[in-house]
Structure formats: C-alpha cells, structure tokens
Ligand binder design. Sequence first.
Ligand SMILES: CC(C)(COP(=O)(O)OP(=O)(O)OC[C@H]1O[C@@H](n2cnc3c(N)ncnc32)[C@H](O)[C@@H]1OP(=O)(O)O)[C@@H](O)C(=O)NCCC(=O)NCCS
Length: 159
Amino acid sequence: MPEVIIQKATMENLKDIQELNHMLFEKEHEEYDKLLNCNWTLSKEGEEYYKGRISKDDECAFIAVEGKKVIGYLVGSLTEGEDYRNLPKVAELDNTFVLKEYRKLGVGTKLHQEFIKWCKSKKVEIIKVQATAQNDKAINFYRKNGFKDYTRVLEHKLE
Ligand SMILES: CC(C)(COP(=O)(O)OP(=O)(O)OC[C@H]1O[C@@H](n2cnc3c(N)ncnc32)[C@H](O)[C@@H]1OP(=O)(O)O)[C@@H](O)C(=O)NCCC(=O)NCCS
C-alpha cells in the first residue's frame, strides 16, 4: 500500500476533485450510460456543486493524497430521506473515485471510513449511496463497506 493520506478537501483541491469526477463521468459514459453529460462537472453548475461539498457545513469532501498527488476523492452530504419512512438522520455518499492504478489497495475504504466519521459527528444513522446497476465493482465495494440493497430503480427506454 503506498503512503496515502486522507484529508478534508479545501478550495485548493477543487480542480483536482473536478478532474477526478470528470474521469468518473467519462468511465461511466463509456461503460454504462450514453445519456450522461460529461460536460456537467466542469460547468458552472458542477463547480458550484463541488464548492458546496468542500465548504458547506452539511456537506463534505475528502481527498486521498500520495505525496502531492491527489489520487482519489469522496463527497457526501446530509439529505432528506423518504418522508413516508420513519427515518433517523440520513446522509448520502454522493460520488467517489480512485485513480485506476491505485485501486484495490484500500484507498477507497480509507476515504469511506473518513466519511463515516464525518457522518457520526453529524449524528447520522443511515448512509445511502446510488450506483449504476451494472457497476458490479463499485457495488461490491459498497457492500464490503457495510451497505445493503434497499431499493432498485428500473428504467425503460421506449423505442
Ligand atoms: C469504487 C472505488 C472507489 C473503490 O476504491 P478502491 O480503492 O479500489 O477500494 P478498496 O481497495 O478499498 O476495496 C475494498 C473492497 O472493495 C471491493 N473492490 C474494490 N475494487 C474492486 C474491484 N475492482 N473488483 C471487485 N471488488 C472490488 C473488494 O471487495 C475490496 O476488498 P478486498 O480488497 O478485500 O478484496 C474504485 O474502485 C473506483 O474508483 N472505481 C471507479 C469509479 C467508481 O465506480 N466509483 C463509484 C461510482 S459513484
């Protein structure tokens, strides 16, 4: 395992996080979803989204750093659960990505553990995450980190 440190992201890391998220979009677009808008991350809207995750109290952003290189990130936020359930406080792991050459070395798990600490500090009791249904590796990763299937969203593309 390389010497990887997990840090809370600052505005100095904004571009790095956006770049990593852009790679995630390109990967998902290539492999699973041609409807994904790969320009979103680097748009004004995408920039505002990540600025919020970095700076707002109810949102969080973590980076994994090796030396001076940002090799992965995770962002999350407090969220409203379904109002027809009796839910305690809920947070969402919004998106996470580790550079290919650093995967399967425990970096994603370290980022996730930091997110859990943040959630606990906010008195969160349930964390949710959404993943593309075909992304078995990510789903495996989430299951390994304690998530269990709750709902399954199905889509029907009409001809
Ligand atoms: C998902 C991701 C963030 C996980 O990060 P990571 O650093 O590779 O994860 P870890 O090394 O901590 O893996 C922990 C566990 O997850 C599972 N896992 C991770 N990568 C896997 C892979 N490629 N295939 C199968 N299982 C995998 C394994 O069970 C692993 O446990 P093990 O090491 O005991 O086998 C990373 O693989 C990634 O960036 N993938 C591409 C982007 C993506 O799909 N992001 C999620 C969509 S929001």
